[in-house]
Design a binder for this molecule. Structure first.
Ligand SMILES: Cc1ncc(COP(=O)(O)O)c(C=O)c1O
Length: 388
C-alpha cells in the first residue's frame, strides 16, 4: 500500500486523525491551544481521574509500591493492590470473582476468547466496541477460532432468527453486547437478550465499560438499572472511564475467572498493571460507592442537552445516557463544526468512520459530573452558531 496516498485520501475525505493536545489534567475544563475550554468528550464521567483523594491514593501507593509492576501477573506481577482491587470489584459487582487486566480492550479479549472457542458460535451486536468485534472475529485465527456473526443494532428479532438457524450446529453459543453503546449512548435490550439466551441455551456477556459507576442505583451499570444482574453470565468493565484510571476487568463465576488466569493470552503474556493504578482505582470505587451524588446530576443534564439538540433538528439517536451523539452525516462537515466549536471554547472532536458507519459522522458529546446547567446551555447556544 502507498501509505502517503492513503493518508492523502483520508485527508481529502475528512478522515485524517490529529488529536488535540491537552496541557492540563482531564476534567470538565481542560487547556488546549493555550486556553481553557469546556471538555465535552471525555469518558471520565465522574471526574475521578483528577480527584484529590484519588491522586493522593495514587501518590501514596507509588511511595509504597513503586511505578511499574515488573512482570506479568503469573510471574511476579501480582501484588497486594491487584488482589485487593479484584476483591473490591467482586464485592461491588456481587459476583464470585473478578480478574483485572491491563486495559478494557484486553478484558474483552480474555472474556470472549475464554467463553467461546473452536466449534462455538458468537453473536454480536453490529455496534459493539471494536475490542469485542476483533476478539470475536478471531484475533488469533486458526483451528481454535469460533464462528462470529453480527446482528443489526439492538435487533432482537434478527438475533432470534440467527439463534434458531445456527445455534443447533454449534457446541456453545455466546451472545455479546455493549450494555451502553459508546457512540450512540443507547442501552442494549438486556431483558430480551436474557430471555433469548435462556431459551437457546446460550451465555450472555455484557460490556459495561461506559455504564460502570454511572448507571443503576448503586452505579453497578445497565444490568442493575434494568434489573437483570443475576442473569448475566459475565461482565466486562474498564477502570478507564468513570473509575478514572486505566485497565479493565472481567466479573463472573470463579470457574470462568480461574480459566482466564490459566489460559487467556492477553492476561498471561503482558506486564501487570501498575500497583499504584490499582490502589487509585480502588479509592475511586470507594468514592463511587459512598458518594452517589456524583452520578445523580447526569440524567437531568443529559435530558436538557438532548432536548436542546433535538430542538435544533439534530439526530441524537436513541441516547438514554450521559453519551449524546449529534449526528451530522458528512465527515468533513463534522470536522468543520468541531473546529468551530474549539474556537468557541469547546473540545468535542468529530467521530468519523471507521469508528461510526459512513454518512453518520458526528459530535459525540459526553457529560461529566462537573458540568453545570449553564455549561450545557452555553454549549447549545454556541453550537447553534457553529452549525450555520
Ligand atoms: C465499550 C467499550 N469497551 C471496551 C473499551 C476498551 O477499554 P479501554 O479503553 O480500557 O481499553 C472501550 C473503550 O474505549 C469501550 O468503549
Amino acid at each position: 500500500m502507498d501509505m502517503q496516498a492513503e493518508l492523502d485520501r483520508r485527508q481529502a475525505e475528512g478522515l485524517l486523525r490529529a488529536p488535540a493536545v491537552l496541557d492540563s489534567p482531564v476534567g470538565p475544563r481542560v487547556r488546549v491551544e493555550g486556553r481553557e475550554v469546556l471538555c465535552f468528550c471525555s469518558n471520565d464521567y465522574l471526574n475521578l481521574a483528577n480527584d484529590p483523594a484519588v491522586r493522593a491514593a495514587a501518590k501514596d501507593a507509588i511511595d509504597a509500591w513503586g511505578v511499574g509492576s515488573g512482570a506479568s501477573r503469573l510471574v511476579s506481577g501480582t501484588q497486594r493492590p491487584h488482589v485487593e482491587l479484584e476483591a473490591q470489584l467482586a464485592s461491588f459487582k456481587g459476583t464470585e470473582s473478578v480478574v483485572v487486566t491491563s486495559t478494557g480492550w484486553m478484558a474483552n479479549h480474555v472474556a470472549v476468547r475464554t467463553l467461546a472457542g473452536a466449534g462455538d458460535l458468537i453473536l454480536c451486536d453490529k455496534l459493539n466496541h471494536a475490542s469485542i468485534l476483533d476478539a470475536a472475529a478471531g484475533a488469533s485465527p486458526g483451528k481454535d477460532a469460533p464462528t462470529m456473526r453480527t446482528y443489526p443494532h439492538r435487533d432482537t428479532a434478527r438475533l432470534a432468527t440467527l439463534l434458531k438457524k445456527h445455534r443447533p450446529e454449534h457446541r456453545r453459543c455466546l451472545i455479546v453486547t455493549d450494555s451502553l453503546f459508546s457512540m450512540d449512548g443507547d442501552l442494549a435490550p438486556l431483558a430480551e437478550l436474557v430471555e433469548l439466551k435462556t431459551r437457546h441455551d446460550a451465555q450472555l456477556l455484557i460490556d459495561e465499560a461506559h455504564a460502570t459507576g454511572v448507571l443503576g442505583e448503586n452505579g453497578r451499570g445497565a444490568a442493575e438499572l434494568l434489573g437483570v444482574e443475576d442473569q448475566i453470565d459475565a461482565t466486562v468493565g474498564t477502570l478507564s472511564k468513570a473509575l478514572g484510571g486505566v485497565g479493565g476487568f472481567v466479573a463472573g463465576r470463579s470457574v470462568l475467572i480461574e480459566m482466564i488466569r490459566n489460559t487467556a493470552r492477553a492476561y498471561i503474556y503482558t506486564t501487570a498493571p501498575p500497583p499504584a493504578m490499582c490502589a487509585a482505582v480502588g479509592k475511586a470505587l470507594r468514592i463511587i460507592q459512598t458518594q452517589p451524588g456524583r452520578r445523580e446530576t447526569l440524567p437531568a443534564l443529559a435530558k436538557r442537552l438532548r432536548e436542546g439538540l433535538q430542538a435544533m433538528g439534530l439526530d441524537t439517536r436513541d441516547s438514554a445516557s450521559q453519551i449524546i451523539p449529534a449526528v451530522l452525516g458528512d465527515a468533513n462537515r463534522a470536522v468543520e463544526v468541531s473546529r468551530r466549536l474549539l474556537d468557541a471554547g469547546y473540545l468535542i472532536p468529530a467521530i468519523r468512520p471507521p469508528t461510526v458507519s459512513p454518512g453518520t459522522s458526528r459530535l459525540r458529546i459526553s457529560l461529566c459530573a462537573g458540568h453545570t446547567r449553564e455549561d450545557v446551555d452555553n454549549l447549545l447556544k454556541d453550537l447553534r452558531v457553529c452549525l450555520d
